[in-house]
Write a protein that binds this ligand. Structure first.
Ligand code: ZN
Length: 259
């Protein structure tokens, strides 16, 4: 009796394994001796259609989002299934609105819901200074400091020859137009300074170099954001590149005149 059960389970697992790969000559014989097929074949066949198709579709769409794998997509889908209808619909409406109403600013390419973004439309900003950043989120980070009062230009990326991202994909031509023709800048104010605020990476540096060359001889000062030691950090933990930047970018210490 116990022998018979033992044999039955081994043939069953062998059959499941052979089903998963490909049918072979022994399979029909094994299936005749072992219990009905649904016991062993169920997990393999069920996996594709375990959820209703709408749930599968939601998981598939969520899994397309950056940083979201299949497991996270399932977790989010089940959160939405569990939440009340108003919560789920608010998310769907927010996604719909963002795609319908948000566009790029006609001057700086930042995100906005009108023809011009709030910064370009604000007459109190210093319109003769333009800070060039890679992405709208960089602009947001700089705005949160409250230290910059000029305008921006969002490149919508950075030059990356390996990924096939050339100058034509970015908004470089639009920046050069703004510099060359003051009527393309808010209020018709001529640009006097372009601040390069690209990320301190190989590609960011390459893009900054390209922009520096493109702006050469355009009667505009080209500067870049300072780099080096972050505030609150310690020298012993800084890497060599950060320390090298800090040494090259050193500044004179301000001293009171009576010393
Ligand atoms: Zn703008």
């Amino acid at each position: 009796m116990s022998n018979g059960r033992g044999i039955a389970t081994t043939t069953e697992s062998q059959r499941a394994a052979s089903l998963a790969t490909s049918g072979d000559a022994e399979t029909p014989r094994a299936s005749r001796t072992s219990p009905p097929a649904h016991v062993a074949s169920a997990p393999v066949a069920k996996r594709a259609s375990a959820y209703p198709s709408a749930v599968d579709r939601l998981i598939a769409e969520l899994a397309k989002l950056p940083g979201i794998g299949r497991r996270s997509a399932e977790r989010l889908a089940f959160y939405l299934l569990k939440s009340d209808e108003a919560t789920a619909m608010a998310l769907a409406k927010a996604v719909e609105d963002v795609k319908r109403t948000v566009r790029h600013c006609g001057v700086c390419w930042s995100l906005c819901d009108g023809a011009l973004c709030g910064i370009c439309a604000d007459p109190t900003r210093q319109r003769e200074i333009v800070l060039v950043v890679e992405q709208p989120k960089d602009l947001l980070a700089l705005e949160q400091t409250g230290m910059y009062k000029g305008l921006y230009h969002v490149l919508m990326g950075r030059l990356s020859p390996l990924e096939g991202i050339g100058a034509d994909v970015l908004t470089i031509a639009s920046l050069l137009e703004r510099v060359a023709d003051s009527s393309k800048n808010p209020g018709g104010v001529p640009i006097k300074e372009v601040v390069l605020g690209l990320n301190p990476t190989l590609e960011g540096d390459g893009t900054a170099l390209h922009l520096g060359e493109a702006l050469r001889g355009k009667r505009v000062a080209v500067t870049r954001l300072a780099r080096g030691l972050p505030s609150g950090s310690q020298l012993e933990y800084a890497n060599k590149a950060v320390l090298a930047d800090a040494i090259v970018g050193r500044r004179r210490v301000e001293q009171s005149e009576d010393v």
